[in-house]
Design a protein around this ligand. Structure first.
Ligand SMILES: Cc1cc2nc3c(=O)[nH]c(=O)nc-3n(C[C@H](O)[C@H](O)[C@H](O)COP(=O)(O)OP(=O)(O)OC[C@H]3O[C@@H](n4cnc5c(N)ncnc54)[C@H](O)[C@@H]3O)c2cc1C
Length: 375
């Protein structure tokens, strides 16, 4: 039987990791991306040990570790007094416990590493999916430029506003969470002299207000600031809207001076509204499956959105490899069965935003290895 011809819609972190995993397993893959080219959006990203294990099996973990920063501790502190409420060790003990380090890196660096792992000939830009139709023998994709192509299987990795999801699971839209996120990168030399090496989460007076800081390069020269606040009347989702420092300082004025002294050095600040979806009942629909934010977009409080997409990619490729061309529908169903409950649980826990506030039970999240679960 011939190898199945697989299409991936979307070349974000999830789509690129899926392409890398399927190519590694010798599948024929085409990635369709609506953008004209890759762009360098975003700032820092926190890759927890489960993400690094997914990347390791793709041969990409080392490159990420070489460019990113490996924190030795993840510390929770109270916004007003600065009191430490939990301290999770990520040093050698943590490495042994979770099987990989925690790496924080510039999102652009991660995307470059993923892009370079996928043969450029497999990626088609400027291809916006408009419609898909499936029948018992295959799936036809139809793009806004009129192009049509038929595949044996299709993976919808097209993000929170997924067109694939809309076609198969209905048109319910993501909901505005009532919160915005501010992001900024600061040159550490400009900050008051202190030790910034711990990943630090300053927990605010309620679950919508928090401040998270971490270094994002192995030279320890840049500190990423990620802050959320309630702003129910600001629903703008773009990743390129600028904010003023005064707004940030006003929203966090009640935080202790150690926290606000960091915010005083944020000059280039991006502001985006955060949207959320509820867990889906089903991710696979005969020859089509959803992956990444397309099926489980979540609030970023556990730093697990990209992590779940990376885990999905590995498990999906392993399920398809097991069935090698024989039964694509069963392979996609098996993928859904193995992934849906874990991702939904993390989606719901992320919305609560209390994980690791007072405790250090990270093992159920960080200990997972998508290369080792039974397929
Ligand atoms: C503020 C913030 C901070 C975060 N921090 C972290 C963190 O520290 N750690 C972590 O693990 N996660 C984090 N996340 C979550 C993480 O960024 C996302 O889960 C992840 O980027 C989703 O990747 P994806 O590939 O599924 O979707 P996307 O990145 O949205 O990619 C989807 C791709 O599909 C393309 N596309 C869309 N529609 C079509 C179409 N019709 N046709 C063709 N192409 C299409 C898009 O152009 C895009 O390239 C954070 C999220 C936010 C908002």
């Amino acid at each position: 039987m011939a190898e199945p011809k697989i299409a991936i819609v979307g070349a974000g972190i999830g789509g690129l990791a899926t392409a890398a995993a399927l190519l590694q397993a010798n599948f024929s893959v085409t990635v369709f991306e609506q953008a004209h080219h890759f762009s360098r959006v975003g700032a820092g990203i926190n890759l927890t040990p489960n993400s690094i294990k997914a990347l390791d099996g793709l041969g990409l973990g080392q490159a990420v570790c070489a460019l990113g920063f490996q924190a030795q501790h993840r510390v929770s502190r109270l916004w007003d007094t600065g009191e430490v409420t939990s301290n999770l060790s990520l040093n050698e003990g943590g490495l042994h416990k979770y099987g990989a380090p925690q790496v924080t890196i510039h999102r652009a660096e991660l995307l470059t590493i993923l892009e370079q792992s996928v043969d450029a000939a497999c990626i088609q830009f400027n291809k916006k999916l408009m419609r898909l139709q499936q029948d018992p023998s295959g799936v036809t994709l139809e793009f806004t430029d009129g192009h049509q192509e038929r595949f044996d299987a299709v993976i919808g990795a097209d993000g929170i506003h997924s067109c694939v999801r809309e076609q198969l699971a209905g048109g319910e839209s993501p909901e505005f969470s009532g919160m915005v996120a501010f992001r900024s990168v600061i040159d550490v030399k400009r900050l008051p002299k202190r030790d910034y090496r711990a990943l630090t989460k300053w927990w605010g007076p309620n679950s919508t207000s928090q401040l998270f800081t971490f270094l994002i390069d192995e030279k320890e020269s840049e500190l990423f600031v990620f802050a959320t606040a309630p702003l129910p009347d600001w629903p703008h989702e773009s990743w390129s809207i600028k904010a003023q420092k005064e707004e940030l300082l006003g929203l966090y004025a009640h935080y202790c001076s150690e926290a606000t002294s960091i915010l005083e050095h944020c000059d280039d600040i991006l502001k985006t509204a955060m949207y959320v979806r509820q867990p889906l009942q089903s991710w696979s629909f005969e020859r089509v499956a959803l992956l990444g934010d397309a099926c489980h977009s979540m609030l970023p409080f556990m730093a697990q959105g990209a992590a779940m997409g990376l885990e999905d990619a590995v498990v999906l490729a392993r399920c398809l490899s097991m069935m090698k061309g024989h039964d694509v529908c069963s392979a996609l169903k098996r993928y859904e069965h193995l992934r849906l409950s874990r991702a939904s649980k993390i989606q719901l826990a992320s919305a609560q935003n209390d994980w690791l506030r007072n405790d250090s039970n990270a093992e159920w999240v960080y200990g997972y290895n998508p290369w080792q679960i039974e397929i």
